[in-house]
Design a protein around this ligand. Structure first.
Ligand SMILES: *[C@@H]1O[C@H](CO)[C@@H](O)[C@H](O)[C@H]1NC(C)=O
Ligand SMILES: *[C@@H]1O[C@H](CO)[C@@H](O)[C@H](O)[C@H]1NC(C)=O
Ligand SMILES: *[C@@H]1O[C@H](CO)[C@@H](O)[C@H](O)[C@H]1NC(C)=O
Ligand SMILES: *[C@@H]1O[C@H](CO)[C@@H](O)[C@H](O)[C@H]1NC(C)=O
Ligand SMILES: *[C@@H]1O[C@H](CO)[C@@H](O)[C@H](O)[C@H]1NC(C)=O
Ligand SMILES: *[C@@H]1O[C@H](CO)[C@@H](O)[C@H](O)[C@H]1NC(C)=O
Length: 656
């Protein structure tokens, strides 16, 4: 049973970002406090300001600081322990980080105000040389002693020597319970990093002498493995096996990230794993009781090896309604001096970066996964029918030389929904934070070019096998949420192209949309808030993990890549001789002289290796030297926001 809250149906005021929509009252489940308690964030991607348009996730980093301060006090009062952990990808994905020059000018000082006990890098910290150097010179010192890098090295920019980004592991004793913890901080087997960092595959790291020696330590009550690693992964399986090879019954807790979902896995009776979502939507809570400790060793209590340990988990929606409840505070007692200062710092950074500047007014919601593709509410249909054809036609290749083009982009290049209402400078970065531009291969025979998309979208084809040899995995193309539904949840009923079993894949939205009411329905009993749409997570323990009781939302799969045409129309059922059921060719691939019709194959720079491989596979020999920039100086973000300004612009005024 969960306690139903007796709050009235009024919004919860006091989120310090002045433009945020207030949280809504909802039925809540309590946090399962125990001997050791962990608050976990992951894949924050710069969302330190919270979600201004979504009441369920409208608390900011300053609120999280106030919240942690209250929970620390509670822990101290009760003599139990509280640890804060962050598992990487703090950068890229929000204007607060991406729109400053240099990037992250404001976010490092905001981040460090939170006391984090264990922290590591994600892949996004490693794509660019200067972002990993920021970790080395700013974040690691800011969290000195708490930042770990078990399998990650960096070239020191001063000495040119390859050194560990941070210590490999640490052993420490908790403040109140005296629990002896051995901690490791991993990065998954990522290969897309800039060449100034080196990631040792986890499977090799666990064979290293230092690791084997560390896990043989018997004076340890808990092994805590945190990392930017999916909790259902070969990497964590390897760590688990290696630890269990040495310590058959020491409790092990894993904390993971990267795939942006809420998830909890039971490894064995004494080992579990938690993953806590994305974008500051979720604050994960994991607790352990029944641990032995330096304090109770030798005392007359039931040894942990017999009684425990017991684990529990909760996924908190990141908003003030939840935070007040779990910290037993209200709008006047909640904000702390430090938390308010940080919320103010975020507000002034947002103002300096003009993140509220309006580019246009969006007439209807456009969804990444919450509408089928193709459809009128699909952001991808909007891109391929409206945005890409209009904006890319401004390339001199098309507008001056009159060349036809096929434009291909991966769906993973779009990260977030666009909501009815203002499209701001903030929105630009949320939708597509990536800085890659558009490249092209000139004059490819249409009969070849028109087959590229199908190859990129087919799984298990020869093409995907070849791609793997080059380190290119098919899951790199769609967004990370969906990759998880394909890789780790094989029971997904994909026949209807939706994955409604895995409701925990996308956020809640309370805008003016058909699926989600702006306000929860009034309950028949006036004093009980009624559930409204949001995360309804299913994990290894069942369906009671979310702190907020929601009604489910439906999600749809989308292809790896989508395609638009410039200067001609292509029937999508073009007979490619790959699918015998498709309709006959509607586009001539020969001109009147019997020569091949040629088109430019334009693509998002990020997918260049796949596109070149696909062209080669189709018998069109090309390499990197054959590629050129299609639209000088323009990224996907620019392309989208320029279209919005041109078509939905409102002169910078407020939207009606
Ligand atoms: C990295 O360098 C580029 C080019 O100078 C700059 O635009 C960007 O903001 C820098 N990024 C970081 C994280 O400092
Ligand atoms: C790393 O990449 C940079 C830029 O692509 C290049 O200039 C440099 O030579 C590379 N360094 C090594 C050691 O490969
Ligand atoms: C908050 O709680 C305090 C102490 O319990 C109480 O005095 C105060 O009136 C409450 N404030 C609000 C806004 O409910
Ligand atoms: C908050 O900021 C003010 C003004 O900069 C400063 O005087 C105060 O010490 C800060 N409070 C905390 C708790 O950090
Ligand atoms: C969706 O359909 C409606 C009605 O046909 C139309 O007015 C609107 O422009 C369409 N939206 C998009 C994004 O294509
Ligand atoms: C790329 O192809 C061109 C011919 O199209 C050839 O001259 C060049 O050597 C190739 N480069 C590489 C790196 O294979």
């Amino acid at each position: 049973m969960f306690p139903l809250l007796l709050a009235g149906l009024v919004g919860i005021a006091g989120a310090v970002q002045p433009d945020a929509r207030p949280a809504l009252p909802a039925p809540l489940r309590d946090l399962p406090w125990a001997q050791l308690n962990i608050l976990h964030t992951t894949d924050v991607h710069g969302w330190f300001g919270g979600h201004l348009q979504e009441p369920s996730f409208s608390a900011d980093w300053g609120d999280y600081i106030s919240f942690a301060q209250h929970l620390h006090k509670k822990a101290d009062d009760e003599g139990v322990d509280l640890l804060l952990i962050d598992t990487g990808d703090r950068v890229e994905g929000n204007g607060l980080y991406d729109s400053s020059e240099p990037k992250g000018r404001y976010t490092f000082d905001i981040l460090k105000e939170q006391h984090i006990d264990l922290i590591c890098s994600g892949n996004h910290e490693l794509y660019k040389q200067n972002s990993s150097e920021n970790e080395y010179s700013v974040t690691v010192p800011d969290f000195k002693g708490n930042y770990l890098a078990s399998n990650l090295d960096i070239v020191d920019p001063k000495t040119g020597k390859l050194v560990p980004l941070a210590p490999r592991y640490k052993k420490f004793t908790t403040k109140n319970q005296g629990i002896r913890i051995l901690a490791f901080g991993f990065m998954f087997d990522f290969t897309g990093n800039a060449n100034n960092t080196v990631i040792q595959p986890v499977e090799q790291t666990v064979k290293e002498e230092w690791f084997q020696k560390a896990i043989r330590d018997k004076d340890v009550d808990l092994i805590l493995v945190f990392g930017h690693v999916v909790i259902r992964s070969k990497e964590y399986d390897a760590v688990f096996k290696s630890i269990r090879g040495e310590q058959w019954d020491t409790p092990v807790v894993f904390l993971g990230g990267h795939s942006h979902i809420r998830d909890y896995k039971v490894y064995d009776k004494k080992s579990v794993a938690l993953e806590s979502g994305r974008y500051m939507e979720t604050i994960g809570f994991l607790s352990v009781s029944g641990l032995s400790s330096g304090h109770n060793e030798g005392k007359d209590i039931v040894p942990a090896s017999l009684a425990g340990p017991k684990f529990a988990r909760r996924y908190m929606d990141n908003n003030l309604f939840s935070m007040y409840h779990h910290s037993n505070t209200n709008s006047s007692t909640f904000p702390t001096g430090k938390g308010s200062n940080v919320s103010n710092a975020i507000a002034s950074a947002r103002a300096e970066l003009h993140l509220n500047k309006i580019r246009g007014c969006v007439p209807q919601d456009l969804f990444v996964n919450r509408a089928p593709y193709p459809s009128n509410n699909s952001i991808f249909s909007w891109l391929e029918k409206s945005v890409l054809p209009t904006q890319l036609a401004t390339s001199p290749r098309a507008s001056v030389q009159g060349k036809k083009a096929l434009v291909i982009t991966n769906t993973g290049s779009v990260r977030f929904d666009v909501f009815h209402g203002p499209f701001t400078r903030d929105t630009e970065y949320l939708v597509s934070p990536f800085t890659s531009g558009f490249h092209y291969v000139a004059d490819v025979p249409l009969k070849v070019a028109s087959r590229v998309l199908e190859l990129l979208n087919s799984e298990g084809s020869i093409m995907t096998d070849v791609a793997k040899e080059y380190g290119l995995e098919p899951w790199m193309l769609p967004e990370p949420e969906q990759m998880n539904s394909r890789r780790q949840k094989p029971n997904a009923d994909s026949t209807e192209n939706e994955y409604s079993n895995f409701e925990s894949y996308a956020p809640t939205y309370f805008g003016d949309s058909i699926q989600a009411p702006l306000h929860p329905h009034k309950s028949t009993k006036d004093d009980e808030p009624t559930p409204f749409p949001g995360y309804t997570t299913t994990d290894d323990l069942g369906r009671d993990g979310d702190d907020t009781i929601h009604t489910p939302i439906k999600f749809y799969n989308v292809p790896n890549c989508i395609q638009a045409t410039i200067g001609f129309d292509l029937d999508l059922n073009l007979d490619l001789n790959l699918n015998p059921k498709s309709s006959p060719t509607l586009v001539e691939t020969k001109d009147e002289n019997g020569d091949d019709v040629v088109v430019d194959v334009v693509y998002n720079e990020f997918i260049q290796p796949w596109v070149l491989l696909a062209l080669q596979y189709l018998g069109h020999k090309v390499n990197e030297t054959d590629t050129k920039i299609y639209l000088e100086g323009k990224t996907m973000t620019d392309v989208i926001s320029e279209w919005v300004e041109g078509n939905w612009g409102n002169g910078g005024r407020e939207c009606p």
